[in-house]
Design a protein around this ligand. Structure first.
Ligand SMILES: O=P(O)(O)OC[C@H]1O[C@H](OP(=O)(O)OP(=O)(O)O)[C@H](O)[C@@H]1O
Ligand SMILES: NC(=O)CC[C@H](N)C(=O)O
Ligand SMILES: [Mg+2]
Length: 551
């Protein structure tokens, strides 16, 4: 669940510091790697990327070397390929025109795409990242224009071709040397993205534009008029302004429910739904369920305790509804990041202990109701329930704002293995037993959906595949699930990452200057070649089309 970002300033001032600031605000979406690429005078790209957190990698010295008024940024949580430095984003291809690319999401037909790029497009793919495939498909589609200079129509057509050939989830930002930035979102809108603008401080009447995974970036950097990119829509931003186009017919919008449950920041608004309000509603709905279950079991709760950070909003609401005191019984070490998105079970387990400390005075001799947003592998709940007992709790009741997660995620959350999911093949009582609780109370799926849907009547469907096993894009077969399980289960990843194989071309983390010396994409309107009448048919890949019509 990476974070993507792109900014184009009306002026030629360096945009890198703002990109780094924006990425800090998206850090919760990916802690493994990050990067920024800017485009300076003469269409030259400047990049700084690699493994690590934004504040460590993008320091003042690195930022001072990233020149130019437009750029793309990325914060990575790997869901395909490995955690290798070479898979840090944004990615770059020099041909055609010089393209830089950042992707949030996960593709589900990568084998087909890899085959096509190898056998038909003759493009060398240097990593096992699905995002590198996506970039090369885009580059291939642009290459087919055969033009010296491209224009907006060419980009829209290329994006359309990409949408017709890929399956899965993607929200992407990109940049073409000397031309501008652009972005697009998959036809179901599974991953979030929007754009915003602000008046330029230095160019009279000019606008600065940005695109980002979450609206929180827009608030913090002083941008306004946040607008969600529609499913299947692309937007292009140049110094001439912003244009949008629906590239393929909009499918039913089905944003990923897990964004609201866990991933997104509460102060973001995704597809018109305040994440904060949706989490409050989750707490309200869970309170009703909890009231009934506790009454049925004859349990009187003394205190409600959240698992910091994400569950706080819902837990407070739940406590108020139950009329039970809310107490911060677990203190979080602010220097430890999110544990769920850390690679490897041992690391995750150790970090729960490093991150959370139980205060005995809130647990001793009490019946505690601990609230978390979700129970996925059960790593957090197992540890904190033990901590609560060690701190003297008489009874420990666990409550989850999400229903049991029994199915693998394929659209950008790294939980591809059923075996790793605590709820897979277990009843609610068995889950409770496994995590060591006296009772575990789950949200129902209808209540969860209603907690979000009530805030935007236009969205009635969410991607709830991890709860239901129904995948909105289709094409996610048993065979595919077994395949990704083999590739990405914790033990398999250790093997892939453990070899420390270096790719042929390793990217430089700092001060890496790439790109040509000339303005490649556009800028000079007189160089824009007129639209050709070639039909999309010529670009069609019959064996790869995944179900979108060519209209
Ligand atoms: O059952 P598990 O596999 O442990 O996963 C679920 C837990 O992981 C997440 O916390 P995380 O520490 O990542 O982030 P947070 O600080 O935002 O709550 C989530 O909020 C749950 O607490
Ligand atoms: N979490 C994401 O969005 C990951 C993007 C891409 N699949 C990668 O692994 O780099
Ligand atoms: Mg948590």
């Amino acid at each position: 669940m990476c974070g993507v970002l792109a900014i184009l300033l009306a002026s030629q001032n360096n945009v890198a510091p703002e990109l780094a600031e924006g990425l800090q605000l998206l850090q919760h979406r990916g802690q493994d790697a990050c990067g920024v690429v800017t485009c300076g005078p003469k269409g030259r790209f400047y990049q700084c990327k690699g493994n690590g957190m934004v504040r460590d990698l993008l320091d003042a010295k690195s930022l001072s070397q990233l020149i130019g008024g437009m750029g793309v940024g990325h914060a990575r949580y790997p869901t395909a390929g490995s955690s290798a430095q070479s898979e840090a984003q944004p990615f770059y291809v020099n041909s055609p025109y010089g393209i830089v690319f950042a992707h949030n999401g996960n593709l589900t037909n990568t084998d087909h795409l890899r085959y096509y790029l190898d056998h038909y497009a003759h493009r060398h793919i240097n990593t096992s990242s699905d995002s590198e495939l996506l970039l090369n498909l885009l580059a291939d589609a642009l290459q087919k224009t055969g033009k010296f200079r491209i224009d907006g129509d060419d980009i829209f057509r290329a994006v359309r071709e990409v949408m017709q050939t890929t399956s899965g989830a993607y929200a992407c930002t990109a940049m073409i040397a000397g031309y501008g930035i652009f972005g697009f979102r998959d036809p179901h809108g599974i991953r979030p993205m929007g754009w915003a603008r602000r008046r330029s401080e230095t160019v009279d009447g000019g606008w600065d534009y940005m695109m980002a995974s979450e609206s929180v970036v827009c608030d913090a950097l002083g941008f306004q008029d946040w607008t969600d990119v529609k499913p299947g829509e692309a937007i292009i931003i140049t110094r001439e302004g912003l244009v949008t186009r629906q590239c393929v017919p909009e499918r039913t919008i089905a944003p990923d429910m897990f964004e609201f449950v866990y991933f997104a920041r509460p102060d973001s608004v995704l597809d018109g739904i305040s994440v904060y309000r949706s989490r409050m509603a989750m707490g309200d709905a869970l309170a009703e369920n909890a009231r009934k279950k506790l009454a049925a079991e004859g349990i009187k709760v003394d205190v409600v305790i959240p698992v910091p950070d994400t569950s706080r909003v819902a837990a407070l609401q739940l406590a108020q509804n139950l009329g039970v005191p809310y107490r911060e019984g677990f203190v979080k070490n602010r220097y430890v990041g999110r544990t769920f998105i850390m690679p490897g079970q041992e690391l995750r387990r150790k970090n729960v202990r490093r991150k959370l400390n139980a205060m005995a005075l809130e647990f001793a001799d009490k019946t505690v109701l601990i609230v978390d947003d979700s129970i996925v592998r059960g790593t957090t709940s197992k540890e904190i329930i033990q901590m609560a007992r060690d701190a003297g709790a008489r009874k420990v009741i666990m409550a989850s704002c999400a229903p049991p997660i029994r199915h693998p995620a394929v659209y950008g959350i790294d939980m591809p293995s059923r075996k790793e999911l605590v709820a897979h093949g277990r009843t609610e009582d068995e889950i409770s037993q496994y995590i060591g609780a006296d009772l575990t109370i789950f949200q129902t799926l209808p209540d969860l959906v209603q907690s979000c849907a009530q805030f935007n009547p236009d969205i009635q469907e969410f991607d709830c595949s991890v709860f239901t096993g129904e995948y909105v894009t289709g094409g996610v077969t048993e065979e595919y699930l077994a395949h990704i399980e083999g590739l990405r289960a914790d033990n398999a990843k250790q093997q892939h990452n453990g070899g420390h194989m270096q790719p042929v071309l390793e990217t430089q983390p700092l001060d890496d200057v790439t790109g040509g010396g000339e303005v490649a994409g556009g800028g000079d309107v007189s160089q824009v070649v007129g639209l050709s009448n070639e039909s999309l048919q010529e670009h069609e890949l019959p064996s790869l089309v995944v179900g979108l019509s060519n209209e």
